[in-house]
Design a protein around this ligand. Structure first.
Ligand code: DGL
Length: 270
């Protein structure tokens, strides 16, 4: 039993898709979330920059005595898979848990992967799926406009701009007749309804945030680190830019009032 918090980080709002599921799956756990809102997006930056940012994000969490670090970011998980070796606490990214579920879900062996440009260029999801089952076909698509859409609050499935951009990126996967799509960036579950409207009911969308939350629970249990206090956990939120926009969109996404919930920190100090 360990009552220290789980540390979760992302470049911005996307990791909230993992936090939302953690709150459901592990109501007793305390969570410290860091969204690097002053440097989002990560997905079109170089490998070196993404790795440096990820290390600073993890350091901030470690200084808050977290018992586990979760990179709730497809880009960091793809570009810095070796982060675990320097942290000294259990760690997970989103790639591994998400691939396991996709492999189990797909019936026709045709899986689509969408992610940031850095994630897609790393082929992280494709490699992992092919390792487990070489007969699966994997179709990859980067969607660089999805993160700015989410960060700017364009998340309504009926918004014409959202519909247009979703259709543009998802059309090749629909043509490829995939039956499963990995939402390989944690911002994308926030656009899940719009993506699902376009792909149709027969296509299963795998939420990287949700799968990572469930995997985190398993890792904590296996390491004897779960919080079994019976008390409701507390979630604290930190950002690297002004909290207003984060709080506004977080309120919409988590369906609760998040006003004045986030504190600003200077991430360059870590
Ligand atoms: N949520 C991140 C990911 O999962 C964000 C991407 C970005 O900052 O470009 O990849």
């Amino acid at each position: 039993m360990n009552t220290n918090a789980i540390g979760v980080f992302d470049s911005g709002l996307g990791g909230l898709s993992a936090v939302k599921e953690m709150l459901k799956a592990m109501p007793n756990e305390n969570i410290i979330y860091f969204g690097d809102t002053s440097r989002v997006p990560y997905g079109n930056r170089s490998r070196e920059t993404i790795r440096r940012y990820a290390m600073q994000d993890a350091n901030f969490l470690l200084q808050n005595n977290v018992k586990m670090v979760v990179a709730a970011c497809g880009t960091v998980s793809s570009v810095a898979p070796d982060l675990e070796s320097v942290l000294g606490v259990p760690y997970t990214g989103v790639v591994l848990p998400t691939c396991f579920t996709a492999l189990n879900e797909s019936k026709n062996g045709r899986i689509g992967v969408i992610g940031t440009t850095a994630t897609i260029n790393s082929h992280s999801y494709k490699k992992r799926i092919k390792e487990k089952n070489p007969s699966f076909e994997v179709f990859e698509q980067d969607c660089p406009l999805f993160v700015p859409l989410v960060e700017n609050g364009f998340i309504d499935r009926n918004d014409e701009v959202v519909k247009l951009i979703v259709a543009r990126y998802m059309a090749p996967l629909k043509e490829a007749k995939v039956d499963t799509v990995i939402l390989g960036c944690t911002h994308y579950p926030i656009l899940k309804d719009a993506i699902s409207d376009f792909m149709g009911e027969g296509v299963t969308l795998i939420d990287s945030g949700k799968e990572t939350a469930l995997y985190t629970k398993k890792v904590l249990q296996e390491n004897g680190l779960s919080n079994n206090s019976g008390k409701d956990g507390v979630a604290q939120f930190f950002v690297s830019d002004t909290p207003d926009n984060f709080e506004k969109i977080a309120s919409l996404f988590l369906s609760k009032d998040m006003n004045n919930c986030a504190k600003r920190i200077n991430i360059e100090e870590y």
